[in-house]
Design a protein. Sequence first.
Length: 578
Amino acid sequence: MSTFVARPVPQRRTSGQRHALIATAHMRLSILMLFLGAGFLTVIGKIALLGFISSPAGAQGAAVNPIVRSDILDRNGEPLARTIDAWTVAVRPGEILGDRRFLADKLAEILPGRDSDYYYQRLTMKVKFTYLDRHASPAAVNAIHDLGEPGLVFAQEPERLYPQSTLAAHALGYIGPIGDDPTIAGRAGIERAFDDRLTAPGQRGKPIVLSIDSRVQAAMDSELGRAMASFKARTATGIVLDVHTGEIIAMSSLPVYNPNKVGGTSADAMRNNVTQSVYELGSTFKPITMANAIETGVVPNMAKRFDATVPLKVGGYTIHDDRGDEQKRWLNIPETLIYSSNIATARIADELGEDREKAMYEALGLHGRPLIEVKEKGHSIWPTYWSRTAVMTTAYGHGMAVTPLQLANAYATLVNGGIFRPTTLLKVAPGKAPAGRRVFSEATSARMRQLLRMIVLMGTGKKAEAPGYRVGGKTGTAEVAGAGGYSKKVNVSTFAGVFPMDNPRYVVVAMLDSPIGNAESFGLTTAAWTAAPVVSRVIARTGAMLGVMPDANRDIDVSDLTPLVWRAPGKDSTKTVE
């Protein structure tokens, strides 16, 4: 007998109940979608946060404002300063999951220059974030990434790179923070002078093109460095200047620094001696005095003579020459410069007088600061009182101090036809040189070209000659002034040269501060033996680069002046000691 079990009959849902169930399902789906969306937002937010934290700008203690700067090029398009994307490797010590010692060993293998202990110390620091390497190569970044450690982070940040290292460092300058201000900006040289232009958004891709020729700059650095080491000089300075445009083709100041890494650099290396330091530059001033005398009519002809037979006493001061007996006589104009006579030059300055002498110095830009774009500029030192003695002594470079750049510009004016132009570190387009202002007549400039050439052919500048390049110029050996007066043993040796003298193109100045005589100079420290050979070698190395081809069959005509130079019988009367 079977038992019958009754099953309940399902109740039919009303329309209202169905709508309620659908609404509940929609609510649950919406809540699920909100949770999913929140999860995605959280992940995206963390990724963005990690990216921000791992970037240099978000790192605690890092410099702010990593602005991408425009490139700086030399006159031939060679890069001197660039902005690149550099890889940084950093760590968040609190998020390291692996063994720290093992990780430190691996980092020491991948990143050269640091040992395992250094990295272990960084990995165990009680900080949220710290850098391990801010200049890592892409290969190193890939190798570290393969370690799979989540506590290691990577980022790219703009980095200023000076691919030529120390080349033209003082012209370029450098960037970085200063004092308590962490902002990255130009701190010297062109980087500082044109900071706004280099960082302006509208200037991206528009490099600044300098007048510097990196090939000539390298040659000047090399020859100056050689002389500085050989003579154990305290500093060395060199300039190559275009006489018609004012463009600085090379600017060397030694010791030098590496703008890629300025930390720990000495104050001497950071100083730009070309534009900042002022020196008494000795007899290099004599051609300036002579040009002034010719221009003003004090010297109406080259045969006019001045008494150099005995030392000149004026105002309790004695002016003398260190020359042989055959030069202690009345000297004409070519002889005064060839023999570098202080006495004759002082007598010429005495006839010029204070007003005309000061006016000429001012017209040549020797008063004040040099005219150049960089902000690191020294101020010339003039006599506090222009006595008769001061007028005489400054005529041969004693008692007045200027920057080497101001001297170079004065020489450019002497030989280029008499036009003074400001100097520049920016490339000048053909035909766009500033008009300048006339200081000397064409006739005076032409005469000075002859006289400067004769100094190299027959006088103190013989060792500046570079065969085929027709070099002219003047030596200058000045005693160094100190707290106790002028030193008889320490001097500043300078040669200011020009080539080619039959059609001047470039001024080349070399200066050694406190050289020590050696076997090469027969123990002498004068400019004829120390600075003049530097100019010779620089011209020989760079003349062709600058478009001046050596030609042994060309020269400036000095035939009207050579008969004026007296030669003692049986002696080389042009043999000098400066």
